[in-house]
Design a binder for this molecule. Structure first.
Ligand code: HEC
Length: 495
């Protein structure tokens, strides 16, 4: 009797084993499962981390194809899977809910290579965009740039020597940037600009001018990142003169911020060109920034610098709507050693007045009120006389700044769209009154006075008009609204 039951059972088990052996050829190609697409990286359940049932089509891109062809065919909800190979293109996405997933096989990645000719690898304006598993090299502008897209996930990308910004969501809400590696970026490797509700987690940034930058952004968590060998490791600040005027509610927690002593190779005139080499964390004019549980070591200028516009080199822009002081900065427990071995510039001069040649762990200079520090005696500090005691001892109640529900698409005015398109794309080659790669914008204003449609026609199908300029690449990928908006914006621009 027992035999009768056991025998078929054994047959079944053997059958299943053979089946797995021969047919579960799973390679390393993982079929997109909800888990794979929306893997959770914490115990909190935000809209971005919730399991989502995948219902769209899967479009495959193989070496020799164009990713852009798949984007043209795609509809919201689709997944574009890109196989190993070298793709020399810019991927523009103005649709919603498109996911890009690189397929990594035996260590071979899909590579986007800009050949030092193309400006951007990925440029999206849609909502719900996800980009993961790409290697991005040799672009001149941005690795991944978002313009006003909400609810994004940018993950597991490897961005090397890709221009001015590595990962740059601009004007986006509810976004997750995690598990990326970035190096050799001329400005900020991860640049969160004019955004709200962003988590920046588990990234490695090294050999950049700025490692991670939270600029004119609110409700941002920067956690578990490794920032080393940059000019400045992690920065939270306000740049005056931008449409969004504030940075506040930023938690910088559980990061390793080490030996950020790289020489500054930022473009002269850019705000990061002013970061002194050897800066671990810089807070300029940002409010309610909490710095907790970081290891901050070996940064030769200072571990943490808290400053205002006047001392941070941003006073000149004179924007009356930007409040210049860092208020209510809170420093909780941090592990800080070996900082300040070689202070530079003004800090060096300042230290000399104290008959010291060593920079501090923490420097506060300039205006600001309501700031506090826990266990101040642990550190070598300068300028923290007005700092009180924090009213909390940890931020453990805040798990994430991501939203429970997806953020609604932002209504964007025509002027906003024109402005973003101009600064996001055209200004890479056009400046107001000087020659860059393209002609000065004020010359365009003269040629196309009262004729925005003329600009649209030209950018759809540019001709080489001048011997001493290269041909402009067509901008026909832009939406019709963006084209007319940017044309009108250009004609209205004053300086
Ligand atoms: C990669 C560089 C580059 C980018 C990006 C770029 N341009 Fe240009 N643009 C040029 C160059 C180069 C010229 C000069 C071409 C010539 O004279 O042959 C030019 C010329 C022009 C002209 C003058 C045409 C004329 O009749 O003289 C207009 C208008 C223009 N660009 C608009 C734009 C707009 C709008 C954008 C953004 C959507 C843009 N460009 C983005 C490089 C660029």
């Amino acid at each position: 009797m027992l035999k009768k039951i056991l025998f078929p059972l054994i047959l079944l088990i053997v059958g299943v084993l053979i089946g797995t052996f021969f047919f579960d050829e799973s390679e390393s190609t993982v079929m997109p499962s909800p888990n794979n697409l929306y893997r959770s990286s914490g115990d909190s359940v935000s809209s971005l981390k919730k399991e989502k049932v995948f219902s769209g089509a899967i479009l495959e891109v193989k070496n020799g194809d164009l990713i852009m062809d798949a984007v043209r065919k795609s509809a919201p909800g689709d997944l574009i899977r890109v196989y190993p190979g070298v793709y020399k293109e810019t991927v523009y996405i103005d649709k919603d809910d498109i996911s890009f997933q690189g397929v990594i096989k035996e260590g071979e990645w899909p590579v986007l290579d800009g050949s030092k000719e193309l400006n951007d690898a990925f440029l999206y304006s849609g909502n719900g965009i996800q980009i993961e598993n790409f290697k991005i090299i040799n672009y001149k502008g941005n690795g991944i740039m978002g313009q006003a897209g909400n609810n994004f996930i940018l993950r597991n990308n490897w961005i090397i020597d890709a221009g001015v910004y590595g990962i740059f969501p601009q004007f986006g809400k509810n976004g997750l940037i995690e598990h990326n590696i970035l190096s050799g970026i001329e400005d900020a490797a991860i640049y969160v600009g004019m955004c709200d509700h962003i988590d920046v987690l588990h990234n490695e940034v090294y050999g950049n001018v700025a490692g991670i930058e939270i600029e004119n952004s609110r409700h941002c968590l920067v956690e578990n990142n490794l920032a080393y060998d940059n000019t400045g490791g992690i920065l939270a600040f306000v740049t005056p003169g931008l449409p969004i005027k504030t940075t506040f509610d930023v938690i910088i927690r559980n990061n390793f911020i080490s030996k950020n002593n790289h020489e500054n190779f930022g473009a002269p005139g850019s705000i990061v060109a002013g970061i002194p080499p050897g800066t671990g964390i810089l807070v300029m004019a940002a409010d309610d920034v909490i710095i907790e549980n970081n290891i901050i070591s070996g940064n030769d200028n200072a571990g943490i610098i808290i400053t205002d516009f006047a001392n941070g080199g941003a006073a000149a822009s004179n924007d009356p709507d930007s409040e210049p002081n860092p208020d209510r900065v809170m420093i909780l427990d941090n592990f800080m050693i070996d900082n300040g071995n070689n202070p530079v510039g003004e800090l060096k001069a300042l230290m000399m007045t104290q008959l010291s040649t060593t920079g501090p762990d923490i420097l506060a200079i300039g205006g600001g009120e309501g700031s506090s520090i826990r266990d101040k005696e642990r550190y070598r500090t300068w300028g923290l006389g007005s700092f009180g005691s924090p009213h909390i001892s940890s931020t453990s109640d805040t798990k994430t700044f991501l939203l429970d529900q997806p953020a609604e698409a932002r209504p964007i005015s025509k002027k906003d769209l024109g402005e973003m398109t101009y600064f996001g794309i055209c200004s890479g080659c056009h400046a107001f009154d000087i020659r860059l790669i393209g002609v000065p914008t004020n010359l365009i204003q003269m040629i196309y006075k009262d004729n925005p449609q003329g600009i649209v026609d030209y950018i759809n199908n540019p001709k080489n008009l001048r011997e001493d300029y290269p041909e402009m690449p067509p901008q026909d990928y832009l939406s019709e609204e963006a084209k007319i908006a940017v044309a009108e914006y250009i004609l209205s621009l004053k300086k």
